[in-house]
Ligand binder design. Structure first.
Ligand code: NAP
Length: 565
């Protein structure tokens, strides 16, 4: 493929036809795209404030990750067609330029390499497309857009830092962690280097750092963090080169301080509540501490949300969140630390205090742990609660999924589709999951180990090697060699904030609500998985709408005022 390459040829949309690019049978025509039309529209919007030219230097090598080379070339060519500020240059790995920039892997993309050390080692496919597009924008506007306190902290950094973030295409948490690294590299181009490494296209590098869950962040050769972290913590770790467990201090206040309705959580329930609130005339704000979309964003495939026969969970949540953003303010990375309820409701967050007339808790649920030896020790080193994020690391490997519900079966099907050798371990002799999913695992020949529980997760040298499985009928145990254990044994509600203000919880910790989604505390409503019951996307969106409409009618006509008469 490389022989077809014209070295270092710069191009933009107009010159596109002249580029000879490796691995491509023929160059795309002006009207041929790999980026779908609706996404092109959003990219154009994102690129609307580009200022300076951005050069994407692509390096590719014949026979190394060819499909990803082709993707990278076509993707970057599409971007160059979307903005005349974007120039691309395609080079073979091994030429003078690659030596100058010390590029060894194919594909590698450098962004303005004479100014910054920002590189994507592996194609920015799947979720990582998001961080790549944002990186281009930040480089073009020459602004890290970091909060002021982190800029100040970075100014004091004196020594060089190389941040390598290992990612996979399906991981919705990864782009934010990559952007943490890129923002730091833009803020301190003199000493901070940022690299996004696609784990499945760089297996040896991933092995070297024992990447078993993503995002996996290495700073100056040392694994510092498994998982996404807020930028303040990231910068703290970048400076100290030590994992930080420090609790964040409340930072600068968010712009919106006074609203009608505060919604905590941006899963299906919270986002729907935002749409209904604003359409009723309530001024609302949605606060999300992690990523938008809740647990659905981590679900490989959704097949029972009306209107979508088969849709990736993340894609569905992107559609719902874009819809919600048409109406209301959705803020990510804002964690509500405490709630106070009086004549108004106060949400004390890590970014200041927001005051509202009412509040909806749509905080969802978190995965339940098995509670067996080895589970915590090998978490991120083979134990995973997110098949969508980490499944890509287990191609051709022996893995087990523990659980017999909808999540377990969905995960098993996803892993099988990624070519993992998967078995399901279930504690009973029948599954709880919907019949449709049970039929699918039969069709896919995924074995279920019936009446079995995991007693221990075993490994050595930080690497998961096996699970000890016990038969609940005979008590016999066996050790099965596996490299991955995906745990899907149900959920525990995120109801701590609720219990702290005296909201009534059921035995299992889910929030008790009435038919109007009111809790026992006036002005506070709850919706979605945190209320328990049938935990489906449709029921979450339904409760989100009910909670918002109840808040609307109660704010106009407060039942708590009538009650005191
Ligand atoms: P779930 O429905 O509560 O199922 C949990 C599974 O884990 C059950 O099979 C349970 O066994 C097993 N389990 C629980 N504790 C265990 C332990 N300590 N050791 C071994 N096994 C254990 O949870 P989920 O599958 O995560 O689903 C959560 C909610 O989301 C459900 O309401 C589900 O319907 C919904 N959801 C829906 C879809 C969909 O509609 N496609 C997809 C994903 C999730 P038992 O059966 O013996 O209790």
């Amino acid at each position: 493929m490389i022989d077809k390459l014209k070295k270092g040829k710069k191009t933009n949309s107009k010159k596109k036809g002249k580029v000879k690019s490796g691995g491509l049978k023929k160059l795309p025509k002006e009207d041929e795209w790999i980026i779908p039309e609706d996404i092109r529209k959003s990219i154009k919007e994102l690129f609307s404030d580009l200022k300076d030219d951005v050069t994407l230097e692509l390096f590719i090598k014949d026979g190394e990750n060819d499909p990803y080379n082709v993707f990278s070339v076509l993707f970057c060519m599409d971007l160059a067609k979307l903005s005349d500020k974007i120039k691309i240059s395609i080079n073979p790995v091994g030429d003078e330029k690659s030596e100058k920039y010390k590029v060894e892997r194919s594909p590698t993309i450098l962004i303005n390499p004479d100014e910054y050390h920002i590189r994507y080692i592996g194609a920015p496919a799947g979720e990582e497309g998001r961080s790549f597009l944002n990186a281009i924008r930040l480089v073009s506007i020459k602004d890290s857009e970091l909060p002021p306190e982190t800029r100040t902290a970075l100014m004091d950094l004196q020594e060089e830092r190389l941040v390598q973030v290992f990612v996979t295409p399906g991981c919705p948490y990864c782009p934010e962690q990559v952007l943490n690294a890129i923002r730091a590299a833009i803020e301190r181009p003199d000493i901070v280097k940022a690299e996004c490494i696609e784990s499945t296209q760089n297996i040896e590098a991933a092995k070297q750092y024992e990447v078993g869950a993503v995002p996996h962040t290495v700073m100056n050769g040392k694994t510092i963090r498994r998982g996404l972290e807020p930028i303040e913590i990231f910068v703290e770790e970048l400076i100290s080169l030590e994992p930080s467990d420090k609790i964040r201090e409340p930072g600068e206040a968010v712009e919106v301080k006074d609203v009608d309705l505060i919604i905590v959580g941006a899963g299906p329930a919270g986002l729907t509540a935002g749409i209904y609130a604003e359409r009723s005339g309530l001024n609302s704000i949605i606060l999300e501490k992690d990523v938008i979309g809740g647990q659905v964003a981590l679900t490989p495939v959704v097949e029972n949300y009306p209107g979508f026969t088969n849709v990736a969970g993340k894609q569905l949540m992107d559609i719902i969140s874009a819809h919600a953003r048409n109406y209301t303010n959705v803020l990510e990375g804002i964690e509500v630390i405490e709630i106070k309820v009086g004549k108004k409701v106060e949400a004390i967050t890590n970014r200041g205090i927001i005051i509202g007339k009412a509040l909806i808790l749509a905080t969802g649920a978190a995965h339940r742990k098995l509670g067996v030896p080895g589970e915590d020790l090998f978490n991120g080193r083979g134990v995973s609660y997110c098949a969508t994020c980490d499944g890509y690391l287990f191609k051709d490997k022996n893995v087990v999924v523990v659980g017999g519900g909808n999540s377990a079966l969905t995960d098993a099907l996803f892993l099988k589709n990624l070519k993992a050798n998967v078995n399901i371990i279930h504690r009973r002799d029948s599954l709880r999951a919907q019949q449709y999913l049970q039929d699918s695992i039969d069709r896919e020949d995924i074995p279920v180990l019936w009446n079995k529980v995991v007693d221990e997760i075993i490994g050595e040298d930080n690497k998961l090697k096996a699970v000890k499985v016990r038969d609940t009928q005979t008590d016999e145990t066996e050790v099965r060699d596996v490299e991955g254990v995906f745990i899907a044994v149900g959920e525990i509600p995120n109801s701590k904030l609720a219990s702290e203000i005296g909201i009534k919880l059921g035995e299992d910790g889910f929030i008790e609500v009435d038919r109007s989604c009111r809790t026992n505390i006036p002005r506070v409503y709850a919706a979605g998985d945190v209320t328990g019951g049938v935990r489906q996307i449709v029921t979450a969106v339904s409760e989100g709408s009910i909670a918002a409409l109840s808040a609307f009618s109660d704010i106009k006509n407060p039942y708590w005022v009538k009650n005191t008469k």
